[in-house]
Write a protein that binds this ligand. Structure first.
Ligand code: GLU
Length: 303
């Protein structure tokens, strides 16, 4: 398969969607991003890469970071992580508080905000410096340094009342061990990691190679843990439309409000697409269509 030619065709086919929708505005630093950008990068496990658009532009990875924090927490805590976090799709908005009340502060899954905040709490308990350890973890996946966009982190902290409410609510149920401000500081920073599509495709290569990072041969997750992270991406990775993503694209995906979406094709390749304008479900409009066209033409699916 000539992936480069396929990506170029997909880029042409989604051209009229680029800029359609709206950039996330509830985090002011994200509202300033030019919506007319598009990039799509892939990395096969044999190391070959392809890409179209601005594949080296760093952007705010937002909720895609939840895959990294979950993987790091699984590495450090193993199965005990699941005492605090479920594995079911929520069926509620990613920042909803409603379910938390019924379920006594235990978040449905690690990819809604409450779940990722619970993961951040576990990391704070287990790491001397959780922010630094996340940075080192992602840098290690890539074999190059990455950084937090401090302006985005500050912007989110200044406008993060909903996340603060979520964290306080969980703590009131005894489900967070650390002070809310400390946990949120880690969470806001992980969301503010700035990486390019090319870097995201590389940093998520372990997801499609049974937990081993093909860039350096290091094991990131056990094979079983890796399968499970992929299962959670498929069932919970794309807000309230994970069913539609499974139906239309058929790959484990994780999206973020910065407009990025990662996808893994087990045993074959990792993908990252980015276009900042979001559709009504909170997923990149051009990015979602691009993944759908790519998966259909390349004939890749987990089903
Ligand atoms: N930092 C964002 C928030 O907590 C992440 C949202 C997302 O990308 O889904 O609201």
């Amino acid at each position: 398969m000539d992936e480069q030619a396929l990506l170029e065709r997909v880029h042409t086919q989604v051209a009229n969607l680029i800029g359609q929708g709206a950039v996330a505005s509830y985090i002011p630093a994200l509202a300033r991003v030019d919506p007319n950008q598009f990039a799509f990068a892939l990395r096969r496990i044999d190391g070959t890469e392809a890409g179209v658009g601005c594949v080296d532009n760093a952007f705010s990875i937002q909720s895609m970071s939840k895959v990294f924090s979950l993987s790091l927490a699984l590495q450090l805590l193993g199965e005990s992580l699941w005492e605090r976090i479920g594995r079911e799709p929520s069926g509620d908005p990613f920042n909803s508080l409603v379910q938390l009340e019924h379920e006594h502060g235990k978040p449905r899954n690690p990819f809604i905000n409450a779940g990722a905040i619970a993961v951040a709490d576990r990391l704070v308990s287990h790491c001397a410096d959780a922010k630094q350890q996340i940075l080192e973890f992602v840098s290690g996946l890539l074999d190059e340094p990455v950084h937090y966009d401090l302006e985005v982190a500050a912007s989110e902290a200044a406008h993060g009342s909903r996340n603060a409410a979520t964290a306080h609510f969980m703590r009131s149920f005894g489900k967070l061990d650390n002070p809310v401000e400390v946990v949120l500081d880690v969470y806001f920073h992980q969301c503010a990691l700035a990486l390019s599509c090319r870097q995201m495709a590389r940093a998520t290569a372990f997801l499609c190679d049974a937990g081993v990072n093909p860039l350096n041969g290091e094991r990131v997750l056990s094979e079983r843990q890796c399968r499970r992270v992929n299962a959670l991406m498929l069932t919970c990775g794309t807000y309230d439309v994970a069913g539609e993503f499974a139906f239309m694209i058929g790959l484990p995906c994780k999206s973020g409000v910065g407009g990025g979406i990662i996808a893994s094709v087990p045993k074959q390749m990792s993908l990252c697409v980015w276009s900042p304008a979001l559709g009504p479900s909170g997923n990149s409009m051009a990015g979602t269509k691009a993944l759908e066209l790519f998966a259909a033409e390349a004939g890749v699916s987990v089903f």
